[in-house]
Design a protein around this ligand. Sequence first.
Ligand code: F6R
Length: 361
Amino acid sequence: DMGGHDTYMHKEITEQVDSVDRVLRGRIDDRFSTVHLGGLNLDAREARAVRRVKILGCGTSYHAGLIGAQMIEELARIPADAEPASEFRYRNPVVDPHTLYIAVSQSGETYDALAAVQELKRKGARVLGVVNVVGSAIARETDGGVYVHAGPEVCVVSTKCFTNTVVAFALLALHLGRIRDLSVADGKRIIAGLRKLPEQIAEILRDEEHIAKLAAEYANAKSMMFIGRVRGYPAALEASLKLKEISYIHAEAYPASELKHGPLALIEPAMPTVAIVPDDDLLEKNRAALEEIKARSGRILAVAHREQEKADHTIVVPKNEDELDPILMGIPLQLLAYHTALALGRDIDKPRNLAKSVTVE
Ligand code: F6R
């Protein structure tokens, strides 16, 4: 049932006000400025002994993992990184007993992610899951984890589950942080930020008509460049994937700082850039990248916390705490991909060549 929407994708994008509320519900502990994650199965002593976090997933789940790794580094100060599950599994990785492994999957059935979990388990590693589908294979085979409670996702491309997965990582990062060195004041600050998310998502959704107009304006692009820096980079990767999947427009995602090392050669009017420009300590650096693109007559659509003069257009996103900004930056980009595909008459819920869950190697 699409509940009055023309596609499941649209329904699922607009459901995010409620689905984000669900991943938070019952988990916030104001007394200790932390969160409770019932199924984690990792006590405080074990959490303190973790020396590294390695996150594994595929596609959109990998991108959510990249954001999760940054959150864990920032809030818990544990070195963390993410890698595509299939790459990990084929390179005979060193499995380290002090590393906490986390498998991320909407379906919980993606074969590459499941095989990575099985390989890790066989070698005695501690593996958690950040999974949407309750009782799925990855949920069963991991030692514990966090359910993301996005609800059923029908559209082949992932939207609300991506957002909820990133929020689940924020919860995990806060939890690990408060067991380690994150202060009460910072814990309170992050909790206040988390509580603002549903209303801020509603605010982004109210901007849909504006985003649809911009999508129509850029839908004639041959190819699109997505750039971001640090917190903005995984959002760029995810936005680029979403656009490719449903509009079939070729897209590239680069760290803004890498532009000058090659991809700047691609910039011309037929290749617009979507620039993710949060109001954080990298704002000036990001503005400099916009100038470089303008100097090569590139068109720029900025996704930012305020109007960007250097850009041709800006989608303004509400500001949250710096560490939580990646959660909201993704949502207007889902709408942008959606309306681009709609303008091009694509089969949005069932893009060609793709399946909802990839249970083969
Ligand atoms: C992107 C998309 C895919 C999946 C990937 C992993 O919109 O849907 O990239 O994210 O196949 O699937 P799960 O999360 O079910 O493991």
